[in-house]
Design a binder for this molecule. Structure first.
Ligand code: ADP
Ligand code: MG
Length: 280
């Protein structure tokens, strides 16, 4: 299901102009990361996708629906939204009940509710924690419950606001595997993240926001090549991009694999002799 955001402006009642002319087209099945400094408008933008916020100006279209013409409850069947803070989302006393709420609210048949709940618990590694009280879990695990609760609704579009907050390297990798699973199910995923290495590893499209506008939008190699623009947006490029730059590599790399490939290519060129690849 495609998303079309056209010249979106949003001003909070306090007068803060949080979005100043955002246009984005997202194809079905795309996985898009949104990055940018705190306060650049990322959360405000994604809250327009499920109708939690309505444009001050411009339009947001999800499939054939204009968000302004649908209720938040109707939008919930198309766009699942995982809040930045799980405590804004969780209210049941048992993990499994929390995960079941969404599909129940969608009024799905009982066997489908059960199957989707089970699938989401499995994806987030929660099967053994299904009977626990969400508040007996660490914040990182509560975040997973919040993600499972949204995935259980099986919406074509999933929005994750800071999914890696509170996760360590290993659990962030596991969340990456969840993203891979969603890719396999052809879901559209839009994730806000401060974890640039996570973004570089798992997303093929990155949108950089600054002061309520899109500063750059494209593939990682295109985005990470714009060092000055990223510095202006207070975004630090991935470790591998910085290392490669320090070593004078002339291609943009952003993953360990990319770095190793580039290193191998350079040393092969050097071994081919000075005529083949002059050293700098
Ligand atoms: N509920 C709100 N009321 C007033 N201003 C807000 C509210 N939420 C966010 N803002 C302001 O809107 C701007 C964008 O915020 P936000 O979308 O939360 O940015 P981000 O998610 O990129 O950190 C900021 O200046 C922020 O202070
Ligand atoms: Mg935010």
């Amino acid at each position: 299901m495609q998303i079309d955001i056209t010249d979106l402006h949003f001003t909070y009642p306090t007068g803060v102009e949080a979005l100043r002319g955002v246009s984005l087209h997202i194809d079905p099945g795309e996985q898009v990361a949104i990055i940018g400094q705190n306060g650049s408008g990322k959360t405000t933008l994604v809250k327009h996708l499920n109708g939690l916020l309505q444009p001050t100006r411009g339009t947001v279209r999800v499939g054939d629906w204009l968000t302004g013409e649908q209720s938040v409850a109707q939008m919930a069947a198309r766009v699942g939204y995982v809040f930045q803070n799980p405590d804004d989302q969780l209210f049941k006393t048992r993990v499994e009940d929390e995960v079941r709420v969404g599909p129940l609210n969608l009024k799905l048949p009982p066997d489908q509710v059960a199957a989707q709940t089970e699938h989401a618990l499995h994806l987030l590694g929660l099967l053994e924690r299904r009977d626990l009280h969400p508040y007996d879990l660490t914040p990182a695990w509560r975040k997973r419950v919040a993600i499972a609760a949204v995935l259980a609704m099986n919406t074509p579009i999933v929005v994750l606001d800071e999914p890696t907050t509170g996760q360590d390297y290993a659990t962030a990798q596991e969340l990456g595997q969840v993203l891979d699973a969603l890719r396999g199910e052809a879901k559209t995923v839009i994730a806000i993240s401060h974890d640039i290495d996570f973004v570089a590893t798992h997303f093929s499209r990155i949108v950089v926001m600054g002061q309520g506008q899109v500063l750059v939008d494209g593939a990682p190699e295109r985005v990470f090549a714009q060092a000055d623009l990223l510095a202006g947006a207070y975004v630090e490029p991935p470790q591998m991009t910085r290392l490669a730059r320090r070593l004078g590599m002339d291609t943009i790399v952003y993953s360990v694999e990319g770095f190793v490939d580039q290193l191998a290519a350079q040393s092969a060129a050097e071994q081919a002799g000075p005529g083949a690849a002059p050293r700098q």
